[in-house]
Design a binder for this molecule. Structure first.
Ligand SMILES: Nc1nc2c(ncn2[C@@H]2O[C@H](COP(=O)(O)OP(=O)(O)OP(=O)(O)O)[C@@H](O)[C@H]2O)c(=O)[nH]1
Length: 301
């Protein structure tokens, strides 16, 4: 997870308030400013701040309406919001909190209290992101887990069929891994699995490519907008790089070192097209790679 500075957007029509808040927050955060409700929405969409400090009373659009609009857009729906207001009435505060604001600060504010509240909310944002990240990650290999893969596979499948794009999927399985575990021990097996996972992750070239742990010692690689020739090239480079790790595997029938077999398939399949059919085509290609002697790539053409 990146440790870059968190972003705070301050939306207030009063220039002095903006300056006071900005000077408080600038040493610790990236501070963005907006003078109107419209500007607040536009900057929130463009910069996706971690926190929005939102004045309730602005001439063009009140803070409640800004918050409503941000919540209605999935891209900005989860931005944390603190209302800043001169209205200290409990019903105003309740209205803001009901709309989903995290907090409510009344003017004139105390600098120390503002800083403390901002820090608390931003820590919650950081922790939530970390939890989301961990929920999507396999603990042993640090690759995406199967649940994450399933989500991405579904959405990439939709995208590929909507735009008639090509898409490649490959399944990777370590050869004779049972024998490896039996001979070298399970902890050594775990280390080998991590090493293979690193190779797969390093082979991902584009931001939308993803390597995930699909099952025990099986990885899956998804390469959107990638044709069979490119997919095959990536798979072959992974197979080669794993063999080059030169991890001894005395019990393998395929090679004296640890190797992988990879099966792949690419859209369009030329027959019944479905997310499941593409995956099954890659799975049968993997089966044939195993049958043909392992340590090889088989691509369904
Ligand atoms: N060390 C370790 N082993 C695992 C893990 N997950 C699965 N395995 C092992 O992976 C092995 C998979 O064995 P098989 O499916 O029989 O396949 P194989 O021995 O790799 O044989 P082929 O695939 O035919 O080459 C089993 O022994 C599992 O215990 C893991 O997280 N760590």
């Amino acid at each position: 997870m990146s440790q870059e500075m968190q972003k705070v957007l301050i939306a207030d029509d009063d220039g002095i308030n903006r300056q006071v808040l900005a000077s408080l927050l600038k040493p610790d955060y990236v501070v963005l400013l907006a003078k109107t409700g419209e500007q607040a929405i536009e900057r929130a969409q463009r910069h996706l701040p971690d926190l929005l400090m939102l004045d309730v009373m602005m001439p063009d659009m009140d803070g409640y309406e800004v918050l409503r609009r941000l919540r209605a857009d999935p891209a900005t729906a989860r931005i944390e919001v603190i209302f800043i207001t001169g209205m200290g009435r409990p019903e105003d505060e309740a209205k803001g909190l009901k709309l989903g604001a995290a907090d409510y600060i009344t003017k004139p504010f105390n600098a120390t209290v503002v800083m403390a509240r901002v820090a608390t909310h931003l820590q919650v944002v950081r922790q939530r992101r970390l939890l989301e990240h961990l929920a999507h990650m396999d603990g042993l290999t640090e690759l995406a887990n199967r649940r994450r893969f399933d989500e991405i596979y579904e959405s990439e499948w939709q995208r590929a069929t909507r735009h008639a794009h090509t898409m490649s999927v490959a399944l990777l399985d370590i050869d004779c891994f049972k024998q490896y575990n039996d001979h070298y021990g399970h902890p050594a097996g775990d280390r080998a699995l991590r090493a293979v996972s690193r190779v797969a992750r390093n082979a991902m070239r584009r931001p939308c490519d993803i390597a995930a742990r699909y099952g025990g010692e099986e990885l899956v690689i998804l390469m959107p907008e990638t044709d069979a020739a490119q997919g095959l090239y990536v798979a072959e480079s992974i197979r080669e790089a794993v063999a080059q790790l030169l991890i001894p595997h005395e019990q393998s029938v395929a090679s004296p070192v640890l190797t992988v077999s990879i099966g792949g398939a690419t859209l369009p399949l030329g027959e019944q097209e479905s997310a499941a059919a593409l995956f099954e085509a890659a799975d049968s290609a993997l089966y044939r790679a195993k049958e043909a002697g392992r340590n090889r790539v088989n691509w369904r053409m």
